[in-house]
Ligand binder design. Sequence first.
Ligand SMILES: C[C@H](O)[C@H](O)[C@H]1CNC2=NC(N)=NC(=O)C2=N1
Length: 95
Amino acid sequence: MEKLSEEAINKKLETLEGWKYAKNAIHTSFQFNNFKDAFTVMTRIAFEAEAQQHHPNWGNVYNELEISLSTHDAGGVTEKDFKLANAIEEIVEAG
Ligand SMILES: C[C@H](O)[C@H](O)[C@H]1CNC2=NC(N)=NC(=O)C2=N1
């Protein structure tokens, strides 16, 4: 899949609150009430990532979750990253 231009990425980020573009990836972070809530959301994201065959680069410390998305094959950000980012937003918003 084709790598998006920085201009196209920033345009798409206008509708993804809390995400920013840096170093050839899009990034966000979430804070939950506790580890259990964080890991529950991570589990849901993991199933969605498997369904999409597109996977996050992420880190979790207790109630905090940091996520970066990029398409390794393309060496940057593609539509695949935005599809997963939007699904992550829906999962987190659903609680
Ligand atoms: C064959 C398989 O679809 C690829 O290796 C996928 C798996 N998940 C992936 N996830 C991400 N984030 N980037 C990729 O380039 C990627 N490639």
